[in-house]
Design a protein around this ligand. Structure first.
Ligand code: FES
Ligand code: FES
Length: 166
């Protein structure tokens, strides 16, 4: 534990693998993971909406499981791996779920989109051939204030079809 000389508050060095790159930083124990990803790693896809675990806009993957990054502290991630939507595409191509969101017009303002995509990605990895009802249930922790949800569900269905056999 060290001290930030400008604030006189305690800090701790953490090392986190973010989208495959190791990031080392000195952070205050109270720093939320969402703020760490946005402000220390400059990952703008991690949106902060409600800041209390309700809207899903801040959803990321931590060691392969989805997590609401506003509910975690950055120090909890020391030694762990985080993936954000910036890390899911390969060689500059859109991930099939991103492609499906584009094809189905599944976003308007886009504030919620990265959270939906991260939730859908984990869901489809576990359930590659879901029913509409299963998709709705799986995305129930993500809120969208623009689309009315139907195009998002269509996009996840399309992504499942496109990813069949991957
Ligand atoms: S900002 Fe994290 S769930 Fe809303
Ligand atoms: S597209 Fe605007 S909140 Fe979902």
């Amino acid at each position: 534990m060290s001290t930030d000389t400008t604030t006189d508050r305690p800090t701790r060095e953490i090392s986190v693998t973010v989208n495959g790159e190791e990031v080392t930083a000195e952070v205050e124990p109270r720093l939320k993971l969402s703020d760490f990803l946005r402000n220390y790693v400059d990952l703008g896809s991690v949106r902060v909406g409600c800041e209390h675990g309700v809207c899903g806009a801040c959803t990321v993957s931590v060691d392969g499981d989805i997590a609401k990054s506003c509910l975690m502290y950055a120090v909890q991630l020391d030694g762990k791996e985080v993936t954000t939507v910036e890390g899911i595409s390969e060689a500059g191509s859109l991930h099939p779920i991103q492609e499906a969101f584009h094809e189905e017009h599944a976003l308007q303002c886009g504030f919620c989109t990265s959270g939906f995509i991260m939730s859908a990605r984990e869901f489809l990895a576990e359930n590659p051939d879901p029913t509409r009802a299963e998709i709705k249930a799986a995305l129930a922790d993500n809120i969208c204030r623009c689309t009315g949800y139907q195009n998002i569900f269509d996009a996840v269905e399309r992504a499942a079809d496109n990813m069949e056999g991957d």
